[in-house]
Design a protein around this ligand. Sequence first.
Ligand code: ZN
Ligand code: ZN
Length: 493
Amino acid sequence: EGFLPGYNFPRLPLMAYIPGTPDGGGRKTYLQRPRFLALAEFGPRSLIYHEGRSYRVVRALLALGQRDAAGGDVKLATETVRICRACGAGHFNEELSTCHGCRNSLDTAEIIHDVYRIENVDTQPTERITADDEERQRQGFELQTTFRWATRGGSPDVRHGGVFEGDDAVLNLSYGTSAEITRINKGLRRRANRSKYGFMINPLSGMWAKNADEEGDADPTAVKSERIVPCVRDRKNALLVLPADPDLPPKTLTTLQHALLRGIETECQLEPGEILAEPMPSRDDRKGLLLYEAAEGGAGVLNRLVSEPDLLPRIGRRALSIMHFALEGETVPSDPHDLRDVEGTSCVAACYRCLMSYYNQPDHEDLDRRDAQAKQLLLRLARAATRLEEPASRAAEPSGPHTTGDTSGGGLLDAVARRDLPPPDAEPRVVDGYTIPAVWHEHYVAAVSADVPESATGDLADKGFLVVQFPADEADWPAPLDELARALGARES
Ligand SMILES: [Zn+2]
Ligand SMILES: [Zn+2]
């Protein structure tokens, strides 16, 4: 039996325990993947190939603290999320009537219940792989990403702007550092009931229920199984991109999403998967896309996109040349009909040399480099310039040498104690001259008050800590306290 810690280490990759094979041929080991990719690759009952052998993901390692054993029934402490239909922002267990990102009403929000955070997983060697297995593996999972902007001084920590051709916006942009990104696995793409989300799990052992066609005995420790919708979560820099034209058809938006992503990867020299681009608010209702820094290699790229006025335009141009269009000199044609293919191009709608990739297989049939509106938008982008408003909070920050911050952390520590959260480290931590009284070293979590500057919180974040910000006004503390509880694997109020 493999052992892996069930703690939340938000900054670390997820691990799959490989037990070795009974014949002794396969050795036991741990496989690691960035968590946003692991959600699918280590998904329930998925097959993992390692050194010529196949293993099946059979179990999620549940953290003890996340179980709610009240009343004798074992039930996992799941969350409900409401996802804004205008921008895709998520609202977890929060009593808001309007979206925190775009202020649209949440009355029509998409609601997903039973969301549960998954960490590390266990596998077993698999002898027999059926045609059903192969088909499931090929079609994969229905994934959806949602985001929550970080808060600073009680309001969302996000900068708005756009890419402008003269005074006309081509793309509207919203950029936030350390946004909370949650990626959700709604279920197998190939499932009987599309409106039913999630997977059955044994809430005690973490064993995933078998698919109907799989052989074998029922789990002998069977307790009442529970339906959960697995998710992974982390804080990442994120950029919401909404075309200024709100009426673009889904095919155009799909093509744009992958054209921009390929353009970014090429222009910024990234590996696939280091930046992810996800349709917003969802794949079935495309209005724009969210870019986020999913793996280490992507770190810092989104800040460049919004702070270098000519980078997104260069990416627009690069995307067109990836799509096999011949561009010469500095200028681009104003009419998409004047775009000509590079000589010898055999690609019709899309190919693996332009818009297709292993990661975007579910979108392949919607990719079309001939799409006139997609070409038009990329041409406009290539002639445009990025402008972003300055963050309002910068002006309010004190300048000059700072004094050591509140060393007692009294109010914050009291609030933590009242919420019955695990006690923070006995020794406070000093970062950049500031004393941070509430640090949970083992969980890689820190709670900081409003007077701690970004230089210090950034330092903590760089060390892998999840930093939860507490605004000056204690009336605004319930949300960060909930976040802290989630991060520490405790129950929310
Ligand atoms: Zn919204
Ligand atoms: Zn192609």
